[in-house]
Design a protein around this ligand. Structure first.
Ligand SMILES: Nc1ncnc2c1ncn2[C@@H]1O[C@H](COP(=O)(O)OP(=O)(O)OP(=O)(O)O)[C@@H](O)[C@H]1O
Ligand SMILES: [Mg+2]
Length: 370
């Protein structure tokens, strides 16, 4: 799999950007606020249909061209041959094309490419709130199983409907009808996340040994809120667990006007030895963990898809301490993967690149050969 070209007629502050990434590393260099992150986000969005930052669809549309919307086209070499994708955001709607024709389904659009992003936001993963860790997990699940995009959306929709009933104080019978559906959809999310943690944990643990060179071991533990889950149980057993928990907690939920159990309330616990990294890990250890999780995610995709994903690294070097940055750069350099990096200072990422590096300058929403 390889990204052959990117064409961004309009997306945020970018206009008529054409980019031909190198087979290995491509570096986007530029001052602050010029459009480096936006360029990575355009690629990320077109490949995942997820915002890279906490964005709504409308934010992707250039301020000064509200009626034309946003448009990103990418061309890939895939195992089955070259393929062109286009995503358009217009009037709050998303339109998808494959090879110039309307995409038959979301799965067709998302199934074939694979991308991992690493941004400075990721570095607060350990200290931050549980939703950041859930998002990390869900992105990793989505990378393995693109259909998870619709599965997790279905769950979110069912949850929203139940919460609305709780707020409106709807009769119990009405709410119970929703619980069965919520339990079924939630069980699927649990199954996916637990499977992912099981796959990812050994990869991340190994990467942590290499990154951290610390005497403690990293382990990952999925922590469901308010229930216990046996990772080896069937999905139908999860469904039963959730249904029962919803029933047991219905009074509490009615008081709080919010559903207190289910995948949306869970956390991913990261342990150094037996201790919580969130509570006891040093800043350096926490960053080493994030790095290990990312490398784990990349290696996990490689193990299951047979090829490395496209890697998008947004200005990570300036946020890592020099030793971890050196580690990351050396890792990238050895990797047989296509990588796009952004930076304000080429010197920070030089070690990740080889002779075939492509360097581009980003200035005022334009991307030109440097
Ligand atoms: N929808 C939009 N329309 C037009 N401009 C936008 C839109 N969204 C964001 N911008 C602008 O895009 C500019 C560039 O943003 P971007 O995050 O890509 O910068 P950057 O090069 O990554 O900078 P830094 O080095 O500070 O991270 C910002 O100044 C922002 O105001
Ligand atoms: Mg940026």
């Amino acid at each position: 799999m390889r990204l052959l070209s990117v064409d961004i007629p309009r997306f945020r502050n970018l206009a008529d950007v054409k980019l031909v990434p190198g087979p290995r590393s491509t570096v986007l260099v530029g001052e602050n606020g010029q459009g480096k992150t936006n360029t990575l986000e355009a690629i990320w969005y077109s490949a995942t249909l997820k915002p890279l930052r906490g964005t709504r669809l409308a934010e992707l549309v250039p301020f000064d061209r509200p009626l034309e919307g946003a448009l990103v086209r990418t061309e890939w070499m895939l195992p089955g041959g070259p393929r062109r994708y286009a995503v358009r955001v217009l009037a709050g709607e998303r339109q998808l094309e494959i090879d110039g024709k309307r995409a038959p389904s979301l799965d067709d659009y998302l199934g074939a490419t694979s991308v991992v992003a690493f941004t400075p936001d990721d570095l607060s993963l350990i200290k931050g709130a549980p939703d950041g860790r859930r998002r990390f997990l869900d992105r990793a699940v989505f990378g393995r199983h693109p259909v998870f995009l619709s599965e997790s959306r279905d769950y979110a929709r069912a949850l929203k409907a139940r919460n609305r009933l709780l707020r409106e104080g709807s009769p119990e019978g009405v709410r119970e009808a929703f619980d069965a559906q919520l339990a079924r959809l939630g069980a699927r999310v649990w199954r996916r996340r637990l499977d992912l943690v099981e796959e990812l944990a050994p990869q991340a643990t190994r990467a942590f040994e290499a990154v951290g060179r610390l005497a403690v071991a990293l382990s990952l533990r999925y922590r469901p809120a308010a229930v216990a889950l046996d990772a080896r149980a069937e999905e139908t057993a999860f469904e039963q667990v959730l249904l029962e928990a919803l029933e047991t907690r219905k009074r509490l939920d009615a008081e709080r006007k919010f559903t207190s159990v289910g995948p949306h309330a869970d956390d991913l616990q990261l342990l150094l030895g037996e201790k919580s990294a969130r509570l006891y890990g040093s800043q350096g250890q926490q960053r080493a963990i994030v790095l290990a999780l990312k490398i784990g995610e990349i290696e996990n995709l490689r193990a299951h898809r047979g090829a490395y994903p496209l890697l998008l690294l947004d200005d990570v070097s300036s946020e890592l301490d020099p030793e971890r940055n050196r580690f990351l750069m050396a890792y990238l350099r050895k990797l047989d993967a296509q990588v796009l990096l952004t930076t304000t200072d080429f010197g920070l990422v030089r070690e990740a690149t080889g002779d075939d590096v492509v360097v581009m300058q980003v200035r005022s929403g334009a991307v030109q050969p440097a």
